[in-house]
Design a protein around this ligand. Structure first.
Ligand code: DX5
Ligand code: ZN
Length: 226
């Protein structure tokens, strides 16, 4: 089994103290920082850009997992690489040149990820499996935190996990992950769990307990704890 990772999505942080909340979430047990970049075009919301990300990069040594919900994506890949990304994920739906985007990310020395929306079949990523280090399955329609988990996507996650078996690819689920949905995510084959509202709810003093609850549910479904 690939290692389990919990990724706090800082879209749910208090933006007036983004660096501080990011540091607190990582000190509270987050494994990687999940950074949601939205352009108001590919998704109906705007978050922030590479300069803001770079300004908080120094608060933790843990890796930054950058989820680009933007179109076009290619003109911005270098800026996010320079801004401190370790993994850069692009959406299969974001443009006609997915393979080129993934090659560019690896050419920048970063791990490459491909994401698909709930309505996109896994066949969209099958041709690029040699070119990715991570597959992200959205379990909400991207654009906002705090949405309801779309359970039927887990059937697709099972098929993705089968497609990726034997390859060096992590499987990430993003959207509506909580202590209640985490077990189903890992049972379907995911090992990277992104969580926004479920981590950041209740303020900094609650972060450690929030992360531990998600991790415990996932570990127990993986048979790692009783
Ligand atoms: C949604 C983003 C998610 C979001 C998850 O478009 O990609 O990363 O922040 O938030 P929750 O965990 O609250 O659904
Ligand atoms: Zn995301």
């Amino acid at each position: 089994m690939r290692p389990l990772k919990i990724l706090p999505s800082i879209l749910a942080a208090d933006f007036s103290r983004l660096g501080d909340d990011t540091r607190a979430a990582m000190e509270a047990g987050g494994d990687l920082v999940h950074v949601d970049i939205m352009d108001g075009h590919f998704v109906p919301n705007i978050s922030f850009g590479p300069d803001v990300m770079r300004s908080i990069r120094g608060v933790t040594d843990k890796p930054f997992d950058v989820h680009l919900m933007i179109s076009p994506v290619d003109p911005y890949l270098e800026a996010f690489a320079k801004g401190g990304a370790d993994i850069i994920t692009v959406h299969a739906e974001a443009g006609p040149h997915l393979h080129r985007s993934l090659q560019t990310i690896r050419g920048l020395g970063k791990r490459a990820g491909v994401a698909i929306n709930p309505g996109t079949p896994e066949s969209a990523i099958e041709p690029v499996l040699d070119d990715v280090d991570l597959v992200l399955a959205m379990t909400v329609n991207p654009g906002f935190g705090g949405q309801k988990f779309i359970y039927p996507v887990l059937d697709k996650v099972r098929r993705i996990a089968a497609m990726c078996a034997g390859r060096d690819i992590d499987i990430e689920i993003d959207g509506g992950v909580t202590a209640q949905t985490a077990a189903a995510c890992v049972t379907a084959g995911a090992n990277y769990l992104v969580a926004g509202s479920a981590v950041f709810k209740g303020g900094q003093n609650a972060f450690a307990g929030n992360i531990a609850a998600i991790r415990k549910a996932a570990e127990s479904a993986r048979g790692e704890i009783a």
